[in-house]
Write a protein that binds this ligand. Structure first.
Ligand SMILES: NC(=O)c1ccc[n+]([C@@H]2O[C@H](COP(=O)([O-])OP(=O)(O)OC[C@H]3O[C@@H](n4cnc5c(N)ncnc54)[C@H](OP(=O)(O)O)[C@@H]3O)[C@@H](O)[C@H]2O)c1
Length: 208
């Protein structure tokens, strides 16, 4: 399975390297295909770099651009994204208190679904710091838990399998609307980290 990333930042490097190690073909998609090739070169043999359009043509596409440009980036690629499983891991947070700039309305994930109505949008990985996902995994650290939300049950299931295959512990958080909570949880984590707490993973759930 090919997984394309829009953006070449820390989340792409961390999750992309784990996917490559797990046997996926990965395409790093950047505004600058040359930068994408440089980033891809450090991530594993099955990783290539390209522009956004190539990345957006994969079966699974991860929106990993700087969050203020996520909606316009997806809107510009909507035709290519038709039918793709589209993972949104963005957090629309602003300092100093790291509240969601979209609070009170639809989440970033729901707005991404509006921008690409034929894509199968899944919220995942947004509450996990890139450093916790980077390889090698910290010694003795538990598998990072990730919350997965979508209105498309088959797409959600595929993303949960993908999350397991890269050594994270996925939890079915329900429909895409739950992204409103997930984005707020990420804000809580970042705000605690900004207050000096290390590894601020706000919540962890166990099976009942
Ligand atoms: N870092 C974390 O720990 C973390 C954790 C959870 C969720 N997130 C979320 O994950 C997403 C990616 O975060 P990140 O920390 O990996 O990277 P980031 O610093 O937010 O940027 C990601 C990439 O976006 C592209 N980009 C930057 N400015 C742009 C612009 N004006 N227009 C189009 N593309 C632009 C760049 O890629 P190119 O230059 O290659 O185009 C950049 O490498 C964000 O939505 C963030 O909220 C981050």
């Amino acid at each position: 399975m090919r997984v394309g990333f829009l953006g070449s930042g820390p989340m792409t490097r961390a999750i992309g390297a784990r996917l490559a190690a797990a046997g996926y073909e990965v395409v790093v998609g950047s505004r600058d295909a040359r930068r994408a090739e440089e980033v891809a070169a450090g991530m594993g043999a099955s990783v290539t770099g390209a522009d956004h359009r190539v990345a957006a043509s994969c079966e699974v596409v991860v929106v990993a651009v700087h969050d203020p440009v996520a909606i316009e980036t997806v809107a510009g690629l909507r035709d290519l994204l038709a039918g793709a499983v589209l993972i949104d891991l963005g957090n629309p947070l602003d300092p100093p208190h790291w509240e969601s700039r979209l609070a009170g309305g639809p989440s970033l994930a729901e707005r991404i679904a509006e921008a690409a109505p034929s894509a199968r949008v899944v919220k995942a990985f947004n509450t996990v710091y890139a450093e916790l996902l980077a390889l090698p995994a910290p010694a003795g650290a538990p598998a990072p838990q990730t919350f997965v939300a979508s209105d498309d049950e088959a797409a959600k299931s595929l993303v949960m399998d993908l999350a397991r295959s890269i050594g994270t512990d996925p939890l079915d958080a329900g429909p895409l609307r739950m992204s409103r909570h997930l984005e707020a949880v990420a804000g809580f984590e970042v705000a605690l980290t900004a207050r000096g707490f290390a590894d601020a993973v706000a919540v962890r759930f166990s099976p009942a």
